[in-house]
Write a protein that binds this ligand. Structure first.
Ligand code: FAD
Ligand code: SF4
Length: 489
């Protein structure tokens, strides 16, 4: 970064030289600060978020570090294209009321993305200050601060000028995709009725992502806001089982599907069916059910107290299993991953948090068998080295001959990701899937995210494959635009 004179800075590191006008040199005097993080030995005793909040002065100071770039890369990299420099400026000026309105113009769940987005590889990863080595603006934490502060002041969306269109849309799935679709529709005077088989809204926000990343009260608060906007939730209702798809399609003007991906990928190694081997999501959901009183049968709970746990995988779900096991007082938690640390797919922040909390990482270890006599006793792994890149550019793990070893374990959690789970009623309702089971609903179509059945739209993980909260939000919002066009509103 080259400072030419006050108010004009060139940053040659990105796409040639760009000129940054406006804000001056706070970024030199004021370093990046994140809210305080609880000490590891304290936070492992509870299922609570580990990061604190900015106060008004700190939020303003950190927001004021933004350069106000003419072409803000953060905004492009953010999947919902938040007006980031604009709301940073409003917070620097102390204008929370306008900031919260602006934040909701592009994002239906900003208090949630502020907490769970992998900021380091999205907005903050493309901040000009980060490129220049000054430390990115703390965009995610300011986004969280805006909503949390406005909610504490009693802010709710003002829909008093919205005219009822008389149209009604059914939404299957109360995850981020379905909720965001409902949000956009409600703001345009369309009645949104959201069905979910679970007893609470949120999808994986509630029944997946643990509380140390996102406390459930945050999602409950959003439910109250949505209900106040006239969105109706029909929970504990599975479409295709409790009500037929045809019934909801016939009784609504359009349908949006945001049903997620729920087929856990198997390890496909001998011993995977031994007692003591668990799928990641079954494990995480059982813990949520126990902690929040949703448990129907105590036998469904998977507890790790006193056990030596091995988690297989290196993504965010694996980190969530590691850290939940630690909180359940496992005797030890080891995480085996087949590539090295630099090539882990999950958020670096979450890996660092897991390490601080006592997870032992075993990099370059590929499981080849789960061993045990009648129940799991260990995982046989081989050591790997990184070879040539695969078609996605990631270096393939290559097995080192004669490197077999057994990691002792009383419990193994398989966290290898998720594949689509198309419903058996898709075919008869003209809802097509691709060869990987993802629902075909193109973004670039006359009506965005419309399926082959003209009345049915879809978005989120079930269309793009397992991804992120923020991408599901974006697709839900875009699909709502497609529905509004289809309904000629
Ligand atoms: P979901 O959130 O899966 O919601 C789908 C909903 O549809 C569910 O509530 C389901 O019950 C409902 N449903 C399905 N079928 C039916 C039916 N027939 N009838 C009624 N209801 C139905 N992303 C991040 O950005 N940051 C993270 O930190 C992060 N951590 C994660 C941790 C875990 C353990 C997991 C599994 C995922 C994580 N993700 C994270 C990914 C993120 O949660 C998902 O990409 C996102 O939730 C997808 O949203 P969705 O609305 O498409 O689907
Ligand atoms: Fe960054 Fe995610 Fe917020 Fe976009 S939604 S500004 S990527 S934290």
């Amino acid at each position: 970064m080259l400072v030419l004179f006050e108010g004009l800075v060139t940053c040659p590191s990105i796409l040639g030289t760009i000129i940054i006008m406006g804000n001056n040199f706070q970024f030199i005097q004021v370093e990046r600060h994140d809210p305080e993080k609880k000490a590891a030995d304290e936070r492992v005793k509870e299922y609570r978020e580990i990061y604190g909040e900015f106060d008004q002065a700190r939020a303003a100071e950190q927001s004021d570090r933004c350069l106000g770039c003419g072409n803000p890369y953060c905004e492009w990299k953010c999947p919902v294209h938040n007006y980031i420099p604009n709301w940073l400026k409003l917070i620097a000026e102390g204008n929370i009321d306008e900031a919260v309105e602006l934040s909701h113009r592009t994002n239906s769940l900003p208090e949630i993305t502020g907490r769970v987005c992998p900021h380091d590889r999205l907005c903050e990863g493309s901040c000009t200050l980060d490129e220049g080595g000054f430390g990115a603006v703390t965009i995610g934490n300011v986004e969280k601060y805006i909503s949390d502060t406005a909610f504490a002041k009693g802010w709710v969306p003002d829909l008093s000028k919205v005219k009822d269109t008389g149209k009604k849309v059914a939404i299957v799935g109360a995850g981020p995709a379905g909720l965001s679709c409902a949000d956009v529709l409600a703001r345009q005077g369309v009645k949104a009725v959201v069905y979910d088989r679970y007893p609470e809204i949120g999808g994986l926000l509630t029944f997946g992502i643990p509380e140390f990343k996102l406390e459930k009260e945050i999602v409950m608060n959003r439910r109250r806001i949505f209900e106040g906007m006239g969105i109706e939730f029909k929970l504990g209702v599975e479409i295709g089982k409790d009500i037929s798809f045809k019934d909801i399609a016939d009784s609504h003007d359009a349908v949006f599907l945001g049903m997620g991906t729920y087929n856990s990928m198997k390890a496909c190694i001998p011993g995977e069916d031994l007692p003591g081997v668990y799928a990641a999501l079954d494990y995480l959901i059982s813990n949520v059910n126990r902690c929040h009183g949703y448990e129907k049968d105590a036998a469904d709970y998977i507890g790790m107290q006193g056990k030596h746990v091995v988690v297989l995988g290196g993504g965010d779900t694996a980190m969530d299993c590691n850290r939940t096991s630690i909180r359940q007082n496992a005797a030890s938690v080891a995480c085996a991953y087949r590539r090295d640390e630099a090539n882990m797919p999950g958020s670096k922040r979450e890996v660092a948090n897991a390490k601080e909390e006592g997870v032992h990482f075993m990099f370059n270890r590929q499981p080849i068998e789960i061993v045990g006599n009648g129940r799991v006793e260990g995982v046989k792994v081989v050591t790997t080295e990184l070879g040539e890149p695969d078609e996605r550019g990631r270096r393939r793990p290559v097995v080192v001959e004669g490197s077999e070893e057994i990691i002792m374990a009383d419990a193994v959690i398989v966290a290898f990701g998720f594949q689509p789970s198309p419903a058996d009623w898709f075919g008869e309702n003209n809802i097509e899937t691709d060869d990987r089971g993802r629902v075909i609903a193109p973004e670039k179509a006359e009506f965005k995210f419309q399926t082959k059945n003209p009345k049915v739209f879809a978005g989120g993980d079930m269309v793009r494959g397992s991804d992120l909260v923020v991408t599901a939000i974006w697709e839900g919002r875009e699909a709502a635009d497609g529905i509004l066009d289809y309904l000629d509103i």
